[in-house]
Structures are given as C-alpha cells and as structure tokens.
Design a protein around this ligand. Structure first.
Ligand code: FES
Ligand SMILES: [Fe+2]
Length: 403
C-alpha cells in the first residue's frame, strides 16, 4: 500500500507499539534501553520489548544475546534454558542457539542432519553503554544506526550511577508526555518536595509562569519560567527530550551544577513499560541522588485519610511516584480519552507532533528525528537541563534558540 493511501496518523496510534503498527515501526528505528548491565547475571532474563517476548543473556564468552523467548522447536521458554560457552540451550530437547539466533545443535536429530541450518531463531543486537544495555529491534539489524553517546553515559569526569529500573502497568505514553508536563509538579507534588532553599524559590511561586517548548536537533526543550528574585531576572527550569524516549532533567539548581539525570523509557507492550535512570555526578559536585531517592521512596502520609476512604490508591499524597501513578494510570489512553489541551500543555502538543511526524517519516521510508547520523557516531551528545536564575535578555536569547 502506498503512503498516500494510508490513513492519517493520530494520537491513538501512539498507544500501539507492536510489530507492524506505526508507533511500533518508529520505535524499531532507535536503540532502546532494556536492562541495567549489573542486573544481567549468569541466568537468562525474560523481557518483553515492544510487544515481543524475548530472553536476554550473556553467553559463556561474555557476548550479549537477545533472542526469542520461545524455543523454535516447540516453544518452551528459554528463560529456563542453560547458558553455555556458545549460546543458550533449551532445557526440553537441547536445541542450542547462539546470540545471533543460529541453531547450532539439535541433539535428538540423527547424526549428519542439517535441519539445524534451516532453523533461524529471532535475535536482536545488544550493546552496553554507561551501565545500561540497549537493543535495536529494527530492520537494519546488521547495520543499525549509531548508539547515541549521551554525555551522562560516556563522561569520565565523575561518577555514574544507574538506578534500579521501574516497571509500570499503563500506557508508556501517559508517562512519557508527563515528562514535559513540567508544571504539574507545582500542583501535584507541591507537598512532596524536599526542603532545599534554592529549590523552594521555585516551589513557592504561584501564578505568572510560562511554559515554552522549542524544537532541537534531536527532539525538544521544555522551558518553564517565573519572575526571578530581582526585577530583571527570571527563574528558569529547562529540560530536554531526545526522540523517541530519552529525557534529561538535570540538577535542581546551583547546588547540583553539572549533575545529569537521564530517563530512558521503553514500552514492554501497549499497557506496560520500563523506565531506566542514569545519573552522572561530576567530580567535586554535590551528590543529590541520595536525597532524591529518599524523596522518591518517602511513604505517603495516611495522617489525613478519612476512615471511610476506601479509594484504591489512597494514601498517595506525599509520595511522588504514587502521585504520578494515580494521575497517569487513570487518564485513559491518548487518542481515546476526552481532552481539552490548554496553554500549559504546549510542550505536550509539540512532543505528540514530533512523534507523529517521526512515525509518518518511518512509514514513508525515511529516517526519523533523533537518529544520530553516521558522521556524528562518535560525538558525545549533551542533552541540556538545568534550573537557574537568568537575566531577561538571557531568557530572550534562549527563546530565540540562540543559547
Ligand atoms: S522445545 Fe526447545 S528443544 Fe524442544
Ligand atoms: Fe510528577
């Protein structure tokens, strides 16, 4: 079918990421985070990525493999297979697969049988960078695009910390559009913040804020600002997205200068996704990670919960992740829910537009935004993110794309 005959893509297409869907095909052009390197030990790990059931392992030679979960013989789960020098062996009848999906042995077939060579088991490339494992599920398996060298993953001038992954049971896009919904924090999380003075200057301010969204080479920047401490200044919070699902949210202000935090979101299927978090703390900089994690893990407060309040997610106030969960998991899926997008949704509108354009580009055989060109394969990519007080003229430059 030619592209011209196909229906126009809309928001509901963002919710479906299986093979052959427009969003699924888009995701299959990028490298996606699928595990922390340190979590892959000497047993196979079952994992679902973009609706595909897979198993991740390191063979006896240390090579990374990501192959179909179900054995190509009669379907037993390779999650229970044995790892060997050359690959992974199914526990049922012993078929052995290497990391490229070649079937190397079928011990119950007659000597001299070449049936092995006819079997090709699904497999995908895996690479390790900055303590994370990434895969590419697309058509250019032997010649995938460059794995982006985001600075937080490759810098050497400090400490890198990859946090335990998080697994959620709703549409990936509800989480994803929330990352650029910068203003929700000032309502939903207003009582869950930490007690840092500089940051509180942000939190205290009400009204008269602006949210702008600007396209960048690989995605977009979301910029929130308020009147600053001096008449000619503004408080600015800037975060950056790289398509399809990398988010840079940086430090919390002057105390954390140079701190980088990247989130990588990977859909498991239409209703489940994973979030990987990589932090980089420059030498001599304050380490905000412990405090952030403390804030994230803090228990919700049950103090003001009414005795007859039996709502499913209560208590949730005071626990940032649960506050987010309550909002995002009850929204319904984009394209199916009723909405009235407002000025504060500007960045979301741009994000949706960019993703739909990327889907359309892939559908037409092109290269979507966010793919690193071969010529820049070795470049370090810095995804800007900070909170700062800027002068009004600096803000003007920022909004004109000159900074
Ligand atoms: S089902 Fe795996 S070898 Fe038979
Ligand atoms: Fe939030």
């Amino acid at each position: 079918m030619s592209a011209a005959n196909e229906t126009k893509l809309n928001d509901s297409d963002l919710c479906h990421i299986g093979p052959g869907t427009p969003a699924g095909e888009m995701f299959r052009r990028y490298w996606l985070a699928i595990s922390r390197a340190e979590d892959l030990k000497e047993i196979p790990q079952a994992i679902k990525v973009l609706g595909e059931e897979l198993v991740l392992f390191r063979d006896g030679q240390g090579r990374l493999g990501l192959v179909g979960l179900h054995c190509s013989h009669r379907g037993s789960s390779l999650e229970y297979g044995d790892i060997e020098e050359k690959g992974i062996r199914c526990l049922y009848h012993g078929w052995l697969y290497d990391v490229e999906g070649n079937c190397l042995e079928q011990p119950l077939e007659p000597a001299g049988s070449t049936f092995c060579q006819k079997v090709k088991h699904p497999s995908y490339p895996v690479r390790e960078l900055g303590g994370l494992l990434f895969t590419y599920l697309g058509p250019a398996k032997t010649n995938p695009p460059p794995l982006p060298r985001y600075s937080a993953l490759v810098r050497e001038d400090g400490t890198r910390l990859v946090l335990p992954p998080r697994f959620w049971d709703y549409s990936w896009f509800n989480f994803w559009e929330n990352v650029v919904d910068s203003l929700h924090a000032y309502v939903l999380h207003r009582d869950s913040r930490s007690e840092r003075s500089w940051e509180n200057a942000f939190w205290r301010h009400r009204g008269d804020h602006h949210l702008d969204a600007l396209p960048t080479e690989y995605g977009l920047k979301a910029i929130v600002r308020w009147p600053g401490p001096e008449p000619e200044t503004e408080y600015v919070r800037l975060t950056t997205v790289a398509l399809p699902t990398v988010f840079s949210l940086g430090g919390r202000g002057e105390e954390d200068l140079g701190f980088e935090r990247l989130l990588f979101v990977t859909p498991a299927d239409d209703n489940n996704f994973m979030v990987y978090t990589s932090d980089f703390i420059p030498k001599d900089a304050a380490n905000p990670v412990d405090e952030r994690e403390k804030a994230r893990r803090a228990s919700p407060s049950a103090a003001n919960v009414k005795e007859y309040d039996k709502r499913k997610y209560v208590p949730f106030k005071g626990q940032v992740w649960k506050e987010d969960y309550v909002c995002q998991s009850t929204q319904g899926n984009v394209g199916y829910r009723r909405e009235n997008l407002a000025t504060s949704d500007r960045a979301i509108i741009l994000l949706r537009k960019q993703l739909l354009e990327a889907m359309e580009t892939v559908r037409n055989g092109g290269t979507p935004k966010g793919i690193i060109p071969e010529a820049k394969a070795n470049e370090m990519i810095f995804l800007e993110a900070y909170r700062a007080v800027l002068t009004k003229s600096q803000v003007a430059q920022l909004l004109n794309g000159r900074s």
